[in-house]
Design a protein around this ligand. Structure first.
Ligand SMILES: Nc1nc2c(ncn2[C@@H]2O[C@H](COP(=O)(O)OP(=O)(O)O)[C@@H](O)[C@H]2O)c(=O)[nH]1
Ligand SMILES: [Mg+2]
Length: 686
């Protein structure tokens, strides 16, 4: 089988909020195209893309999954992505290797937190977007309300390209406004061919067909002329103009259907083929220099049987099996034994993959997600996938003594799969801290450690990553001097501390050398900086790292025999501690952006509870019997929110949160934390 031409490929990520039917939609598309012979379901754990046992147990996608199908002589690569806030690493990585995104929305819930987040990412990456309003068979589902919400909250260039026939449990089919035909509900079977549009729909169809044509011709002058003259435009000309508009990011067609019944898949597949640009048309922004062969690894699967599988996009090629590439990051040679096509967990060997195609390879040595492999060493800057920062940390300990090494190895492997999952040692307490984006992500990691690496571990209450900073300028001088026989120690420095304003919300550190006349020689000045950095790792207030400080080294003195780097390091560290006390140090805490969706009846209780957690209400959006509450809440107050929400809503509430920024801890709260730290330090000394 020769490599597929780039013009015949469509690379598409299926993304959106969790639980809107993305995985079910991928399943239906595979089935409709004839790639699979039965429509798997989430409830039975039988879908192609949620193949992992933990995904099946939890009934949701935990990682990205690569599938492919053929439709109208085109190869469509689909990446099903997780919608949960904790598993965004795979979603963000997937968005780097596609030209288009199907943004799936629930016909009941409309635009949700993660819909907007994915939209924003896709916008930054200038990806073409198609919306799919799913679950139109559900009670309170309303296509037109969701269409309006998308136009208001995502972009006013969203335009319906399909319409539902009927609604809720009386939904019987959909209308394709581009090809002017209907598809009737196949109830989980294959969709029959195009049908005539029911007469009763004539007016509505007319209205929306005009809106669609208006939107399309507005992007194409020639077509606009013909349209205004009253000419009947051929479907092909409209489709072509639509594709150009979608490619240029000028239009977002809104499709619809019922993924779990396979309704709407024919029209959607047609739209993806006709509307989304091929890699030949849009191409990649990832650098590969003058390499003749290059691939970008966007996902790593640690398969218990095959070992490590790296999923990649071909940047330059074709790339065939038995090829050796080099990883400029490690300079190591990496042999691609067999090139694979993935279908969920299953793979099939192919001879070669052409430019723009997505595939996989097993058993590379040292390659991690984000690497670019090339045929000869070229200096390429690997693309920066802006992964979200971990927001929660739990202390982890193995249940059995002596399992520390096994636990660390397992967690390192899990980190290779998901770069937002981090293991590090807390320098203060010596504890191993496991950090991630959500409690569930960390819990899943613990499950995987058990099933895959056979280590049982315990999670301890999460810790809040406090920081410290200063509010005003202060100055100090410290002389470190020891003269007790033999060679002495001498270092003397004077420093000024100034608050350093945050840049892009990040607090930093700056060391400015202001020494004049060489009172401290060049060689010792970095030692002062080093001593200060060390002192800053544990602030004097609560042992938290100090940030947002500029240090000016203004004066000092040295001794021609006794001075050493060590002495200046100590002097720097001591001077910092002295100045810090006078610089009005304050404690900072992470503030989270919380989105809670609860039944309307529970809104009062949930708001009252958020209030008692120092939360600040930002807004409320009711939709279909549920209300989404947005609030800013200190992380320290919502570490155990999941239990509280379950009991307030009888398990019907759902929430997600993201780190927003650091803020000063109110003084009465700070006082308690500082005292608590003092007690812990004293206990540790005993
Ligand atoms: N009624 C109805 N249920 C659906 C539809 N699509 C998916 N579901 C169900 O919604 C749940 C979540 O679906 P899933 O595909 O896992 O959503 P994802 O999290 O976006 O991947 C599952 O129980 C599906 O069976 C639909 O169109 N109609
Ligand atoms: Mg899913």
């Amino acid at each position: 089988m020769p490599a597929t031409e780039p013009t015949k490929i469509r690379n598409i990520a299926v993304a959106g909020h969790r639980g809107v039917g993305k995985t079910s939609l991928v399943e239906a598309l595979l089935y409709e195209s004839g790639k699979t012979n039965r429509l798997g379901t989430i409830d039975q754990g039988s879908t192609v893309s949620d193949w992992d046992e933990h995904e099946q147990k939890r009934g949701m996608s935990l990682s990205g999954s690569l599938c492919h199908l053929e439709w109208k002589d085109r190869k469509i690569n689909l990446v099903d992505t997780p919608g949960d806030a904790g598993f965004q690493a795979d979603t963000y990585a997937a968005l780097r290797v596609v030209e288009g995104v199907v943004v799936v929305l629930s016909g009941v819930m409309g635009v949700e937190v993660n819909t907007s987040r994915v939209w924003k990412r896709a916008e930054d990456l200038e990806l073409s977007r198609v919306l799919f309003v799913n679950m139109l068979d559900r009670e309170r589902a309303d296509f037109f309300r969701v269409l309006e919400a998308a136009r208001q909250q995502l972009s006013d260039r969203c335009v319906a390209i399909q319409l539902p026939i009927g609604s809720e449990h009386e939904l019987t089919g959909i209308v394709d406004l581009l090809h002017m035909c209907a598809y009737m509900d196949p109830s989980g079977g294959r969709e029959g061919g195009p049908q005539p549009i029911p007469d009763s729909m004539a007016d509505l169809v007319q209205e929306h067909r005009e809106k669609l044509l208006d939107a399309v011709v507005e992007t194409d002058e020639e077509l606009m002329g013909r349209y205004l003259e009253g000419e009947e435009l051929e479907a092909e000309a409209v489709a072509d103009a639509l594709k150009q508009a979608v490619t240029r990011d000028e239009l977002y067609p809104v499709a619809c259907g019922v993924a779990s019944k396979n309704l709407g898949t024919t029209a959607l597949l047609d739209l993806l083929v006709e509307g989304v640009p091929s890699p030949a048309k849009k191409g990649t922004t990832i650098e590969f220099g003058d390499a003749k062969q290059a691939v970008f690894v966007f996902k790593t699967i640690a398969d218990p049987f095959t070992g490590r599988i790296s999923c990649f996009r071909v940047l330059a090629g074709p790339v065939s099996g038995d090829t050796t590439l080099v990883d400029p990051r490690t300079h190591a040679k990496e042999r691609l034994g067999q090139v694979l096509l993935m279908q969920g967990k299953d793979s099939e060997q192919v001879e070669a993959l052409g430019i723009g195609d997505l595939g996989a390879v097993a058993k590379l040595k040292d390659v991690v997600t984000g690497d670019v492999l090339v045929d000869h060493e070229v200096a390429v800057e690997p693309p920066h996938i802006d992964f979200p920062e971990p927001v929660m940390s739990f202390a982890v300990t193995p249940k059995a003594k002596g399992d520390e090494e096994k636990m660390a190895t397992g967690l390192r492997r899990l980190h290779e799969e998901d770069p937002t999952l981090l293991l590090r040692r807390d320098p203060q307490t010596g504890e191993q801290l496991l950090s991630g984006l959500s409690q569930m992500q960390v819990e899943v990691a613990v499950d995987r450690l058990n099933t895959r690496f056979h280590v049982e571990v315990e999670l301890h209450p999460p810790r809040v990553p406090y920081k410290e900073t200063i509010r005003k300028e202060a100055r100090a001088r410290h002389r470190y001097k020891k003269q007790t026989g033999g060679r002495g120690q001498f270092g003397d420095c004077a420093i000024v501390l100034e608050p350093l304003p945050a840049e892009d919300g990040e607090l930093g550190y700056e060391f400015v050398d202001k020494i004049v006349g060489g009172v401290i020689s060049q060689g010792y000045r970095p030692a002062v900086d080093k001593g200060i950095r060390e002192a800053m790792e544990h602030g004097e207030l609560a042992g938290a790292p100090v940030q947002g400080v500029r240090v000016l080294l203004v004066d000092g003195m040295e001794h021609n025999v006794d001075s050493s780097e060590m002495a200046f390091k100590i002097a720097g560290s001591m001077a910092f501690k002295e100045a810090y006390q006078q610089a009005d140090p304050v404690l900072l805490e992470p503030i989270m952006e919380l989105e809670v969706t609860v039944p309307d009846d529970n809104v009062g209780a949930v708001n009252g509870d958020l209030n008692s957690r120092r939360g600040r209400l930002q807004g409320m959006e009711p939709a279909g019997g549920m209300t989404t509450i947005k609030a800013e809440v200190p992380m320290a107050e919502i570490l155990t929110y999941s239990q509280a929400l379950t009991s307030m809503t009888g398990g019907r509430g759902d929430y997600s949160m993201h780190f927003l920024r650091y803020e000063e801890v109110p003084s009465h709260v700070a006082q308690k934390i500082i005292e608590q730290t003092k007690r812990e330090r004293e206990e540790a000394k005993v």
